[in-house]
Design a binder for this molecule. Structure first.
Ligand code: ZN
Length: 187
């Protein structure tokens, strides 16, 4: 069983988790202002924010765009350092991707739910952010469970749902996310 996600894990799964942990730990702020909480680590390394490659795609690219950090023409570690200096940190309820293809929505929800107590303990005792911002659509199914957790800090949501990192037509969730970040920076 993997410590980071609760799934039955191969040696390769554990090795990849340790690698992600090593990349991530380097850019963890001493004092975390805003902890972005995703659902699970992306499967593709290019989508993983703290990966050393210079491509920020998927979740990584969307999150950087949402917080207003441009990766254009910068080395990855400069981008990571900027994110860190802003007091931002990203973690996931499942610190690994879901194993296997085509997990049903119910399976995903069950896997997320099962991890929440461990995540709450980690946030409260170790990460100690000023606030948590839920930022993944997949967390919608467990959002009521998240707000009931004792995290030792407030959880920010967008009208009771996780913030969306992608803007879609007729929707200004991204703007509300930036507003929420701006008001936190003034605290
Ligand atoms: Zn794992």
């Amino acid at each position: 069983m993997c410590d980071g996600c609760g799934q039955v894990a191969s040696a390769e799964h554990i090795a990849r988790r340790l690698q992600r942990l090593e990349w991530t730990t380097r850019y963890r702020p001493v004092h975390i202002n805003t902890l972005f909480l995703g659902a699970f680590s992306p499967r593709d390394q290019k989508d993983f924010l703290y990966a050393p490659g210079e491509e920020f795609q998927g979740e990584a690219g969307l999150l950087l765009n949402a917080v207003g950090i441009s990766a254009a023409g910068k080395a990855a570690d400069a981008v990571h350092a900027e994110f860190q200096r802003s007091g931002f940190f990203l973690t996931h309820v499942l610190e690994c991707p879901m194993e296997g293809d085509g997990a049903s929505q119910a399976e995903v929800q069950a896997a997320l739910k099962a991890r929440l107590p461990a995540v709450a303990t980690r946030i409260r005792r170790s990460l100690k952010p000023k606030r948590v911002m839920a930022v993944a659509d997949a967390l919608t199914a467990v959002v009521e469970d998240i707000v009931r957790l004792d995290l030792g800090c407030p959880v920010q949501l967008d009208y009771g749902k996780p913030f969306r990192l992608e803007s879609s037509a007729g929707e200004n969730g991204l703007e509300r996310l930036r507003e929420a970040l701006g008001s936190a920076a003034r605290d």
